[in-house]
Each structure stands twice: as C-alpha cells, then as structure tokens.
Write a protein that binds this ligand. Structure first.
Ligand SMILES: C[S@@+](CC[C@H](N)C(=O)[O-])C[C@H]1O[C@@H](n2cnc3c(N)ncnc32)[C@H](O)[C@@H]1O
Length: 254
C-alpha cells in the first residue's frame, strides 16, 4: 500500500510518531528509517512485528479501542492504516488520537474498501459473481459484528475526524488495481503486489469473517477458488478503493 506519511512531515526537528494497529511494523520501520530525527512507536494487539527493528522504532502491545497509555499532547503525527472491520467507534478512536496530538499535529488515516470493482464496467459486476459475493460477505460480517468494513463507502473517516475536533480535513481516494492490467508502470507494480497479497491467503481472509456470518469451511473454500479464477480472467480489470484522510489538531487547542 502507498506509504504517504513522509509527505506530511518535512520538519527536521525531533518528532514523535505513533502508528496505531501497526501490523508487521513495516510502515513504522520505513518511516523511522527515512526520518532518523523521529521516534516512531507502533502499537498492536498482535505480536507480529519485525524483529529486525530500526533503532528509532518501538513496538507496544496495546488495544487501540481501550484507553491509550500515551501522554496527552505528546506527539506530532499519528498514522493508522487498514483498520476497517476492527473498529466499533471511529470517533472514539480519533478522539484518543486528538488528545495525544500536540496542537498543530496531524492524524492520517488510510482505509480500504472490501468491494472489488471492475474498471470500465462497474454496473456489470454480476450479483452472481464470486467477486460480488466476496464484497457482500465482508459488508455483512461488519454489520453483524458492528465493526464496519464499509468505512470508505460511508465516508466514516472524514465524518469521525470532524466530530473528534480535527480541522483542515483533506482526502484522496485511490483506485488500487489488482493484477497487471494497468498500462502505467507504477500502477502495474501496485496491481502486482495487490494480487499477490490477495492470492497469498484468499481463504484465510474469508475465514477471518466466516464465523460471524456462519459460513462453513467448505463454503469458504469454494468462494476463495471462484474468486481466484475471476481474478485471473483477462477481461476483468479489478480494483478496489482506498481513501486517505488527514486532519490537523487546531493550533489553539490543548
Ligand atoms: C489489516 S492489518 C493492517 C496493519 C498495518 N496497519 C498495515 O497497514 O499494514 C490490521 C492490524 O490491526 C490490528 N488491530 C486490530 N484491532 C486492533 C486493536 N483493537 N488495537 C490495536 N491493533 C488492532 C491487527 O492486529 C492487525 O495487525
């Protein structure tokens, strides 16, 4: 996924950066490497972070839905990405970020849509197709668990940031290709990575939500192989939406 963090922070002064739900910690490590003047702290509930840590990174076991252990007004920049399906209250999450940020500091949130679209023929994504079913499965799982997967479709990031008190809220929506169908070389590369990431564990991804919609292992096996086939189909030009939203804590707030 695109690493857009550095464009937000050009200062050379000592910076404190938090990456909430850091996953493997790749983003935190890349940012720390590019910004030796910064201290980057990643948090997660899964201990899957890289052991090859960059010196100015630190990883903490912390649930972002609970009270954050960071001091108020302690950080210049907070980054979060791909937390859709894990968050029950986006405003409460962003309010915690607001409290930790120094006045003038930024929150940047990247979220993706689980709906796979086909370039040039969105209206023709048949409801019988596996690709369509895939998206529906996540939408339904999010509805049942009250942890929405339709963060992008519902514009939740901007709404919740505004409600949490952020100002100068801006956004950018990317169409991330899946596969090597784009002509442009950078998009082709992104598509190659997206497809590889999806195919790596299609069934595991479905299994992540299968229990909440009552699907059997066999059903997930069938859907994952059908999705795999549809992704290979040369006429299909699949992509998904990713939205980046960033906002500033007002300079006169504490
Ligand atoms: C899809 S991964 C994204 C990881 C990383 N942010 C990225 O963009 O590559 C979602 C991550 O959020 C973490 N996560 C989910 N719920 C969380 C919570 N309540 N508190 C902290 N981390 C959480 C998961 O453990 C997982 O590592």
């Amino acid at each position: 996924m695109p690493n857009t963090g550095p464009r937000m922070m050009k200062s050379k002064v000592k910076l404190y950066i938090y990456d909430i739900g850091t996953g493997t910690g790749d983003w935190a490590s890349d940012f720390a490497e590019q910004h030796p003047e910064a201290k980057v702290i990643g948090t997660d509930v899964s201990p899957i972070q890289t052991e090859l840590m960059v010196a100015n990174t630190e990883f903490l076991f912390e649930d972002c839905l609970e009270f954050w252990s960071f001091s108020p007004v302690s950080v210049e920049y907070i980054h979060m990405s791909w937390l859709f399906g894990s968050i029950d209250d986006w405003c409460a999450l962003y309010k915690q970020a607001f409290a930790c940020l120094k006045p003038g500091g930024y929150l940047e949130s990247h979220e993706a849509s689980p709906l796979i679209r086909l370039k040039g023929c969105d209206s023709e994504v048949s409801s019988a197709s596996a690709i369509h079913q895939w998206g529906n499965l996540f939408v339904e799982a999010g509805r049942r668990s009250q942890r929405s997967f339709t963060v992008v479709e519902d514009g939740l990031q901007a709404k919740a940031m505004k409600e949490a008190g952020f100002v100068d809220i801006q956004d950018e929506t990317l169409e991330n290709p899946i596969g090597t169908w784009p002509q442009e070389s950078e998009k082709r590369l992104i598509g190659q990575y997206s497809k590889l990431a999806m195919e790596e564990d299609l069934q595991g991804t479905i299994n992540y939500v299968a229990h909440s919609v009552g699907w059997s292992w066999e059903e997930t096996l069938v859907l994952s192989s059908q999705v795999r086939n549809e992704l290979q189909c040369p006429e299909n030009k699949p992509y998904f939406l990713q939205r980046i939203v960033w906002g500033r804590k007002p300079s006169d707030s504490v």
